[in-house]
Design a protein around this ligand. Sequence first.
Ligand SMILES: [Zn+2]
Length: 401
Amino acid sequence: MRLWSWLLMAAALMLAGTPLAGAKAGAVQVRDARLWTAPDHTRVVFDLSGRADYRVFRLHRPERVVVDIGHARLSTDVTRLANASHKDPVLAAIRHGRPKPGLLRLVLDVKEHVRPRSFLLKPMHGKPWRLVVDLMREAGRKQPVVTASQVRARKVITIAVDAGHGGEDPGAIGPHGVKEKDVTLAVARRLARAINRRPGMRAVLIRKGDYFVPLGRRVQLARQAHADLMISIHADSVRKRNVAGASVYTLSEKGASDHVAAMLARKENASDAIGGVMPGEVQDPLVNRILADLIKRDSLDSARLLADEMLRHIRRVGPIKYGTPKHARFVVLGAPEIPSVLVELDYISNPRRERLLKSRRHQDKLARALLEASESFLRREGRLPSPSRAEAAAAKAAPRS
Ligand SMILES: [Zn+2]
């Protein structure tokens, strides 16, 4: 009898020791985990049932990052992420344990030296409390910096192609589950390929996969690449499902052109909070800026010209929601010297348009329209020769038979 009760007690203790056992009330639950692979870091996100006390530190030989969460229990299978992480260049596996009662320890086994950083995200847009752990890659991951003179010497027109959202931030979601972040990346990739096929032009993809890039960082990347123009690609969403059509936006320093533009800017600028930006990671590029910047006024005028061209060309492949460009304070359009536009390709909230946005054929059409709009803008700015002159130059350059 005494042995029996001892066994029961031992069993209860063992159960309490495993993470999935019901912990005492008030414990924070780790309910889900996701993995996002970016070129310079891997982001692991844990969904929490509430705010948590946590600590992140490194251990070496073998390399690993330890995440200790106080008064927590695990109600999801984190090892499942390890299976998904096979393709990840950084994360090898995730283990968990309980070094002392109440303390949940998650061990991230990593394949190389990383610098971990972490922060909590408050609940928003249907997402719960989240603990973000970024495994920053250390050596030689920096993109080569191209100097302005190198770019000028090459006489190559550079177009920054920015696929909106990504990673933790899906953007708008269509009635059949198509995510804005996937549509924007697909169109961006097609556009970049089309640009790179054009002689004298090159594309820089601001986001190359399914991970989040902070808005200010997008601006930095375009500036580092000495982009001649920047196109930020998005898809809009409203409650009314029959609304369709594209719209184009440029930066406004003062106020928004109207209520719709202001609302949209607020929605798109929320991306940082949803996608997860570490406090102080990037500053709002519009905040610390000399406003009376002549270069900027120039690039704002150019951006409006570019926006006109965008609408003129997109009109050929689909409906237009607003016939003239609108203006508002979009953080992603904040590069002072780069004419930048934000294009809402269509309404993903409209089931018919959602289906089209997913189709490769239509994505190609949209990408072509964006490319042709860029080219005719560059011609109007005198940056590209007009087609007739280009042909004449090509004929002149061709060897005579
Ligand atoms: Zn968007």
